[in-house]
Write a protein that binds this ligand. Structure first.
Ligand code: BMA
Length: 333
């Protein structure tokens, strides 16, 4: 039996949930009322996608990528009572320097946030345009109102910085994807370790793009890894270069609990590819891009938030035993 290991002890509201359709045997299924967040929820939003959510107080809070009608990339905080209907602050997050030295850390753009509860606060990581080059920004908050910016984790160019929800062998750990300044045509997942969430080192290769198929061009970590008795469950995106450009699908992997740079299993087939109208039509067609997940350790239910076609936000569901079984049975390792 596979189960979710609950180390965070945070208060959990009822997870947004829908049972698998009766005619489906897929390990993951879409919410029937997708998209959950339309592109124009804010007066000046062009698109709201690739966003992260967490349990907060009696409901949910999150950090949302909202590109505005200038097509500037910004991140905003938001709240929800049920994880489905969201109120997003129309003003982007204004980060407060966590130390005076951070005053120097201006940034030009912010996108693709992740939110991770560790010990006593929520950490936000995002792709942060520092001197116009993407790297991983880090901040913390307790209330989703005041956000305190910390040092950037890495030098440019880097994307998809995803923290683990607890220290492992005494160190904080973060996955990331070294990249370039453009629409990077390569990309593998690495892991870095830190005693204090400021100084990062002991870098390890985790896994790379592979095969001729859906994950052949590049891959990047998605939501915060979920701790299970079978390993860290990681949802990730994989990219194929088609004659029509990049196609972003979703896969899943299991990483060793104590040495999470060691991959136990990863899916050879995708678990979800862009197939619905809202995933195939939008500002960037053919993209599913997971950034957030909620778990219910009691029932094993998992709700995944993903960006669709770089335009709207979708929700998909799975159960830990179904997905872990699928990963193990369909692994290329
Ligand atoms: C990546 C990022 C993501 C985006 C994806 C598809 O490089 O920019 O935010 O969803 O491309 O356009």
């Amino acid at each position: 039996m596979t189960y979710i290991i609950n180390t965070d002890k945070i208060k959990r509201a009822a997870i947004p949930w829908e049972e698998r359709p009766q005619n489906s045997d897929s390990p993951i299924w879409r919410y029937s009322k997708n998209p959950v967040i339309p592109r124009n929820l804010l007066p000046d939003s062009n698109s709201i996608f690739n966003s992260a959510v967490a349990y907060h107080q009696d409901g949910f809070a999150g950090v949302f990528r909202c590109d505005d009608t200038r097509r500037y990339m910004r991140i905003h905080s938001g709240r929800s009572e049920d994880g489905i209907n969201w109120k997003i602050n129309p003003e982007p997050i204004r980060f407060i320097p966590s130390q005076s030295s951070i005053n120097d850390l201006k940034f030009d753009f912010a996108y693709d946030p992740r939110v991770c509860w560790i010990e006593d606060r929520y950490y936000v990581t995002w792709c942060n345009g520092y001197a116009n080059h993407p790297t991983i920004g880090v901040a913390y908050t307790n209330d989703f109102e005041k956000f305190y910016q910390m040092e950037n984790a890495f030098l440019p160019h880097n994307r998809n910085g995803v923290l683990f929800p607890r220290k492992i062998n005494g160190l904080y750990m973060m996955l990331s994807r070294p990249s370039d300044n453009g629409h990077t045509p390569f990309g593998d997942i690495y892991l870095s370790q830190s005693p204090d969430l400021t100084f990062w080192g002991k870098h390890r290769f985790v896994m790379g793009a592979c095969g001729p198929g859906w994950q052949s061009t590049k891959i990047g970590a998605g939501p915060v890894p979920i701790e299970t008795n079978e390993g860290w469950l990681l949802f990730y995106h994989g990219v194929l270069t088609s004659c029509n450009g990049f196609v972003y699908s979703m896969g899943a992997a299991l990483l060793d609990l104590e040495k999470p740079w060691q991959v136990i299993a990863r899916t050879e087939p995708y678990i979800m590819s862009p197939q619905t109208l809202y995933e195939c039509v939008g500002d960037v067609p053919n993209v599913v891009f997971p950034c957030g997940a909620l778990t219910d350790p009691e029932t094993g239910q998992i709700a995944i938030y993903y960006g669709a076609a770089d335009t709207v936000s979708g929700l998909a569901f799975t159960k830990v035993d179904l997905i872990v079984d699928f990963v193990k049975r369909n692994s290329s390792i």
